[in-house]
Design a protein around this ligand. Structure first.
Ligand SMILES: Nc1ncnc2c1ncn2[C@@H]1O[C@H](COP(=O)(O)OP(=O)(O)O)[C@@H](O)[C@H]1O
Ligand SMILES: [Mg+2]
Length: 336
């Protein structure tokens, strides 16, 4: 049997009429980064809250590091860390005070709490801001402090709930590097995300979750193989975009999609790539639409998600453009 450090067997959870998690199975090997990928409302946070003992499942069972998340919750808590949307950074404390407080929650002696707090601040490039209150921090700094807080207890297993949602691209890359470093040091990570690229870049295995169920699981490559075949990508100029898409309807193995900003049209083509490519060139030529470039590509995780669920995965694009998390929004989320 494969060695697993996180295991969920058919866990379920409802909130009134809402069946948030409907029988999720997970098996995560030690030392790996496992991605839980799904859109808003898929059940990611509920799953993570069950695995970190914050919520009891209605049904099914789960173990983390050999401890049952319900029966052995007390013993489990010191071994795990939780970072992300819901973890608390106290805005009125300094960075250092925030981290020391976490150390105290782990019952570390004062000097040890201080030592670890300083180490984390150093590592997360927050040493210079150590004595400023967290409310003066940028969105990226706050998020780093939040992840830092989850590391003070030196957890064997770290759960991260959308650690980069709402971050600017640069801060996102900084966090990605930290995640990679943690994995190198042997930490097992379970990472919830709605960003396909993030899952693709960081995760050894990915479970795609939608409407409370895991609908596919495997490496990023496995998932891409699942939909099989290739995708035809082409660019036309903005004025021809809509008409080009109409012209190509019914051609491939699925409907063409368009991106207004990049003027990219994508057509899933299955195994008929070369034929569809020729026919595309012919049709657009007949319609008098010039093609800027055209090529066949392997599918991306976006294509996988779209073909599995019939809808796109990334639904928080406006959120991603916000420079900082909005206090109002965070509050509402936490209250749920
Ligand atoms: N405390 C709660 N009370 C009522 N409904 C909830 C609560 N927490 C989550 N839900 C609902 O459960 C579903 C799954 O939510 P969640 O696990 O937060 O998804 P995700 O983290 O993937 O966005 C959603 O429909 C959400 O509205
Ligand atoms: Mg969530």
């Amino acid at each position: 049997m494969v060695d697993t450090i996180i295991r969920a067997d058919a866990i379920t959870k409802s909130f009134g009429d809402v069946r948030a998690v409907k029988g999720v199975d997970l098996a995560v090997e030690p030392g790996t980064v496992f991605g839980l990928l799904g859109p808003n409302g898929a059940g990611k946070t509920t799953t993570i809250r069950i695995l970190t003992t914050l919520l009891e499942p209605d049904g099914g069972s789960a173990t983390v590091a050999g401890f049952d998340v319900v029966r052995d919750a007390e013993q489990l808590r010191p071994v795990i860390g939780l970072a992300g949307q819901f973890a608390a950074v106290d805005e009125n404390l300094t960075g250092l005070e925030n981290l020391e407080m976490v150390g105290r929650l782990y019952h570390l002696p004062r000097a040890e709490a201080r030592r670890r707090a300083e180490k984390v601040l150093e590592r997360f490039d927050l040493a210079e801001a150590a004595h400023r209150t967290a409310k003066t921090y940028s969105g990226g700094m706050r998020r780093r402090l939040d992840v830092g807080a989850s590391l003070v207890g030196q957890p064997k297993v770290l759960f991260m709930d959308e650690p980069t949602t709402g971050l600017d691209p640069r801060s996102r890359l900084v966090l990605w590097e930290l995640i990679r470093d943690l994995q190198k040091e042997g930490t097992t990570l379970l990472l919830c995300t709605q960003y396909l690229e993030e899952a693709d870049q960081l995760c050894d295995r990915i479970a795609v979750i939608d409407l409370g169920t895991v609908i596919a699981e495997g490496t990023s490559e496995d998932l891409k193989d699942k939909i099989g075949g290739e995708v035809l990508e082409l660019h036309v100029d903005a004025e021809h975009l809509g008409r080009a898409v109409e012209t190509l309807r019914g051609l491939g193995s699925g409907e063409p999609t368009q991106d207004e900003d990049t003027r990219l049209i994508r057509v899933p083509v299955g195994s008929e790539g070369p034929m569809v490519l020729l026919e595309t060139v012919r049709r657009l030529d007949d319609a008098g639409i010039p093609i800027e470039d055209i090529a066949l590509h392997r599918p991306t995780l976006d294509d996988v998600f779209l073909s599995l669920t019939g809808h796109a995965a990334e639904m928080a694009l406006e959120e991603a453009e916000e420079p900082e998390p909005q206090p109002e929004k965070r509050k509402r989320r936490r209250d749920r």
